[in-house]
Design a binder for this molecule. Structure first.
Ligand SMILES: [Zn+2]
Length: 167
């Protein structure tokens, strides 16, 4: 007999249409589809976050969110972009990856008091769990993500895979 406690289901905001889909306990989030648009709830790529989409993904979704604040003219941002994208595929569905274009989304950049880019902000349960400024290599970024994740209940679910990976 197993003693494992059932995990509660999760509510996940769609990266395409922002509708909320409630998953039952144990349902594979990576294979799940949005009940509104039918799109995949996890695409393996960062989504473009705007002020209009902000509440659905930070306030209503149960998935921790990491935001990359960037701009087109920022060299270090462009250097880090492929790293961020590769880690999105690796960390989904434990973390949702999003990018905010600070030129187009001045309101969000100002709300977060972004003073330099790239800046990464990790959000869970309506609060910023961690923040870091400056471009990072994959190994450092991965460690930073696990550290932030360890402050959320997602840690338990992500850990078994994590420990077998080398950085
Ligand atoms: Zn959708």
């Amino acid at each position: 007999m197993t003693q494992s406690t059932p995990r509660p289901g999760r509510t996940i905001a769609c990266p395409t249409c922002d509708a909320l889909t409630a998953l039952s306990s144990g349902e594979d989030a990576k294979a799940a589809r949005c009940t509104a648009c039918g799109g995949q709830l996890f695409t393996g790529r960062p989504m473009a976050l705007t002020a209009a989409r902000f509440d659905a993904h930070t306030g209503q979704s149960d998935v921790p969110l990491v935001i990359d604040f960037w701009a087109d003219w920022c060299g270090p941002c462009k250097t880090m972009a492929p790293v961020f994208e590769a880690l999105a595929a690796e960390f989904e569905p434990h973390i949702r990856f999003a990018k905010v274009d600070t030129d187009a989304e001045r309101e969000l950049a100002s709300y977060f008091r972004i003073s330099s880019i790239p800046t990464l902000s990790f959000i869970h349960d309506h609060r910023e769990v961690a923040r870091v400024a400056g471009a990072m290599f994959a190994g450092d970024l991965r460690r930073w993500l696990y550290d932030a994740l360890s402050q959320t209940q997602e840690k338990e679910k992500a850990a078994p895979d994590a420990e077998q990976r080398t950085s």
